[in-house]
Design a binder for this molecule. Sequence first.
Ligand code: NIG
Ligand code: FE
Length: 413
Amino acid sequence: MIERKLIGPFKQLLTMNNLPVNGPLNDNEIEVFEKAGILTEGGCIAEVGLFDTLAEEAKKNNCSIEEINSCTVAMPGFIDPHTHICWAGNRANDYSMRLEGKTYPDIAKSGGGIISTVEKTRNANADELAFLTADRAKRMLNDGVTTIEVKSGYGLTGSEEIKILQAIKKAGNFVQADLIPTCLAAHIKPYDFEGSNSAYLNFIVNDLLPEIYEKGLANRVDIYCDEMAFKPKEALDFLMKAKDMGFELTIHADQFTIGGSEVAAKVGAVSADHLEVSGIREIKLLAAGSVVPVALPASSVGLGTKFAPARKLLNAGASLAIGSDWNPGTAPMGDLLICAAILGVFEKLTNAETLAAITFRAAAALDLKDRGIIKKGNIADFIAFELNDYREILYNQGKIKPNIVWKNGIPVK
Ligand code: NIG
Ligand code: FE
């Protein structure tokens, strides 16, 4: 028999329902239920309403009740649409060099950067990587992140990229959060690949992606489009081919040089991520289509560079999601709520816009239609903070974490 369980009462329940995926949001548009309850059924949401009314029904039907005795604000579980949490080693040395004034491209040219993580990750076996990834994902789940996108991209040979994607899959068995894998074999051309950028991308398309598809290791493909990685033309050709093979697309765009967001718009990518140097033209392109822009403020904090133009994107009518970009190089922080709070205050985002960016708009950035909103039929992923008013979540700048986290209706914290 499918288990039915009523959870509550919550002082405030933010459903994030009935809000548009694009454009600015005001706080008074958020649906806030007082004294609310959530009825779950087999890991999904069956009903949302007044706790006392739902409790009467529940008692009549012998349905179990998980009573919340503290004063709490509940909302959908956070969704992180962009991480690189499958890696070994660390890059404290790169970070120290940045503190001394060296730039990310300079450090990459002098033997640090992505390649140094590739070496350490190649030296770890799949079990070690699965353990490291699960450990990071558990920390995120504890902070309320119930869905986590995870990219490969520190292997950069066929077998190493497969090893990483298998490690991500295995990590998913050790943590209750959902891990959404993405192939980022097109992170950079590795030093030991003999041939041009195009030859490397062709190798990915012809040899690697069919194997990934066949083994069901990922249905999303990413590419790093930038001066240090792949040119817009190369990225466009590559993504077109990946699309023809049935993959969903995303792109690291406009981080140091523009071009990637235009590729995203042309190819119909689900999201375009980074956007620190996007200008008016890029903002217009993103606002005109259905690509979800994803800001990665921890990368700006990690590099000491400017933030993506989140306010301008929303004002132009685009959507906006926020990811942690957790990786050992540019974004070692790995705390989605702190990232979101920081971007919010610098870019002047309302509570509604920032919370949307890590819930239903982040779900849109991953093309996931069953989460990010507390409504009937969605999976029962939600979190509760021991607070009186939802505005205290961002006011505390990420310091106060949820005290309860439910994944598929089950408390996991
Ligand atoms: O999203 N910019 C490219 N990729 C990552 C960084 C990877 C790394 O430095 O290890 C990013 O910032
Ligand atoms: Fe990234």
